[in-house]
Write a new protein. Structure first.
Length: 342
């Protein structure tokens, strides 16, 4: 681990820090500027004794220079292997607060939400909490498309959920009780964390209020869908998650309800081998076609064949990953402190 021990003059006394904001990013550019501006503003509006830690995953677009212009922000650059789990674990390692608030570098935090979850001393009122967030969707050229609440997690009343995304607040003791995030997860590290916490009796409270705005590429963008296959990241929130948490009832439920075609593919393949015929595999293709059609039922079905091909290929890759891919969690944290611009 490479660390510069020199301390910035603007750092808050460690004993005074109640809340640590941990922000991660790679090539966020203008989105990171919005994120950091909103965080610094929220700290001021809410009167918090807080610190802001930004961990950069080797950005090539000048994001780190953006962060260096904020006096309150302590910047760290990952010099070794990087992913979101590693970045967040570094952030916690460098954090001083007992209360941790996590943001991705493309999010803008709401001061009103912070006032709901923090008391006058900056202590979290809840063990593990998040809120709704508004997605601002863009295409690959940065052109704004539309906005909408993130419907996968959206709630109209405060609700207990059993996993999280990259936006949440947690008491440090609970984070440490499960050893933080698993470094091997290139994607889905937040799901894995949430399920392990739920198994330990610490589920997420999803509050109905807006916690942040999220500026992101459309989740259904063709390039984004296919990239997750070719870079291998899509196997982590699926078979790697399932295999690591096979004794976790919440993960088993997720597999049955969110990934039925993967189960059908495994069963169909075994039946085809045993029966020495292709009929079971044809049944799988039919079920996959029906599943994709159901998922697109509220759209014009434009790009249906592309989505179906993507879905089937993902299932096939996941079966191979289940059998042959065993990533190691023993990844060393290598990073350095980057001092602010003067």
């Amino acid at each position: 681990m490479l660390i510069n021990d020199q301390k910035s003059n603007i750092e808050i006394d460690a004993k005074a820090v109640a809340v640590s904001f941990i922000i991660i990013g790679r090539n966020e550019g203008w989105r990171l500027k919005l994120c950091l501006e909103s965080t610094v503003k929220a700290i001021s509006v809410c009167g918090l004794q807080a610190e802001v830690i930004y961990v950069d995953s080797q950005s090539t677009d000048g994001s780190l220079n953006v962060a260096k212009h904020f006096d309150l922000v302590k910047c760290f650059l990952i010099t070794g292997t990087y992913n979101a789990a590693i970045a967040r674990n570094i952030g916690v390692k460098e954090a001083q607060g007992k209360n941790l608030i996590f943001l991705d570098g493309d999010m803008e935090i709401s001061p009103d939400f912070l006032n709901l979850i923090l008391d006058k001393n900056g202590e979290l009122k809840y063990e593990f909490v998040s809120g709704n967030f508004m997605n601002y969707y863009y295409d690959n050229d940065g052109v704004f498309l539309r906005k909408d609440f993130y419907r996968k997690i959206y709630v109209e009343k405060d609700t207990i959920q059993y996993t999280t995304g990259g936006l949440f607040a947690i008491k440090r003791a609970h984070w440490e009780s499960v050893g933080g995030m698993r470094n091997k997860y290139k994607k889905g590290q937040d799901l894995d964390l949430g399920y392990r916490l739920a198994k330990n009796g610490i589920p997420l409270l999803r509050k109905k209020e807006l916690m942040a705005n999220h500026h992101t590429i459309d989740y259904k963008d063709k390039k984004r869908l296919w990239r997750s296959i070719f870079d291998g990241s899509q196997v982590y929130p699926r078979v790697i998650l399932y295999r690591d948490n096979m004794f976790n009832k919440y993960v088993r439920k997720r597999m049955l309800t969110s990934d039925p075609t993967l189960i059908f593919l495994i069963v169909s393949f075994l039946l085809s081998v045993l029966l020495k015929c292709a009929a079971p595999m044809l049944v799988y293709v039919l079920l996959a076609a029906m599943g994709v059609a159901y998922a697109m039922r509220k759209t014009s079905f434009k790009g249906y064949l592309n989505r179906l091909g993507n879905h089937v290929l993902k299932d096939i890759v996941n079966v191979f990953a289940l059998l042959f891919y065993y990533p190691s969690n023993n990844i060393e944290l290598k990073y350095e402190r980057i001092m602010q611009n003067k």
